[in-house]
Design a protein around this ligand. Sequence first.
Ligand code: EPU
Length: 337
Amino acid sequence: MKIEQNISLKPYHSFGCQVAASYFTRITEAAAIPKCIEWSKANHTPLLFIGGGSNLLFTKKVNALVAKVEISGIKKIEETATQVILSVGAGENWHYFVSYCVQKSWGGIENLSLIPGTVGASPIQNIGAYGVEVQEVIDSVTAYDIKEEKWVELKNKDCAFEYRNSIFKKEKGRYIIAAVNFILQKQPKLRTDYGAIRDALHEKGIKHPNLESMANVIIQIRSSKLPNPKQLGNAGSFFKNPSISKEYFEALKEKFPSIVAYPITDTTYKVAAGWLIESCEWKGIRKGNVGCYDKQALVLVNYGEATGQEIFDFSEEIIQSVYLKFGILLEREVNII
Ligand code: EPU
């Protein structure tokens, strides 16, 4: 295990802030995970495992061993007439994995094209987009359980998946993911129900979409709304879409007839945080090096040399103004370190 000291984390997270880690290492095989844990205990140094760094905001120097998971490999472990089960290394790039499956005609994750980050990070916040969540295709997750000091295989139901949440977030720091096992379909049912997908397919004159055309449409929609982190530092949606009660939604609707929300149960509604933020006139606003993206208000961007603290402070201002106007407390989706 090679451990470097005082390393800049700028290349390792998508916000691209200048921030140092006291120690840094790369994990290329599962066996290195318990070794890192031993090192951290022996050296009385906290440990932070990262993947692609696309959902992280570092607000101060990281006095820890930052371990970047780079375990690779896509292995077919079972195949039937209708399905394949794949075991995928946590460090594989998510979009590369999606493209690989689309090319093989294995369906289920095409709507999750172009989401930044790694395969190992996908179950943690149960990534989702365009009507699909990754929990729908996860069979199990192979992880090291720091509490019990042993390797475990968590079946889908053990992962406690919810909207942008899972056991890996709820019991933060307990499980370190080494591989994710996916079940994909050979005769997939395409998910075209999301309005933006229907519109894009119609515009392109595609009446009978396949996996490839679906992936292409998603890539086109995402690229038109979301900034490329290689060009403009960001971490996708900075906030979660909040849930409110039906009564509160109805009261807000009276006052703000154009509010965007949809029912998730008989008694709760999910509100588009992008709409709340835009209604508070943050969309396109820039303060110094930080801004609220002009094409999607849920995304905060680093225009250059912003520090994590500046981005955090900007997000705090947004939270406060949304709370003042709508009485809704936005929660950050991004992990603050
Ligand atoms: N809206 C606005 N103003 C904005 C943005 C959105 O009014 O600036 C309203 C519009 O009415 C729009 C609606 O909000 O129709 C929904 O917007 P969009 O389809 O862009 O989706 P979202 O709810 O803003 C969520 C996910 C995204 C995911 C998209 C597509 C969360 C926190 N975000 O965004 O995920 O790509 O749906 O399914 O759930 C991410 O998690 O990083 C991410 C990008």
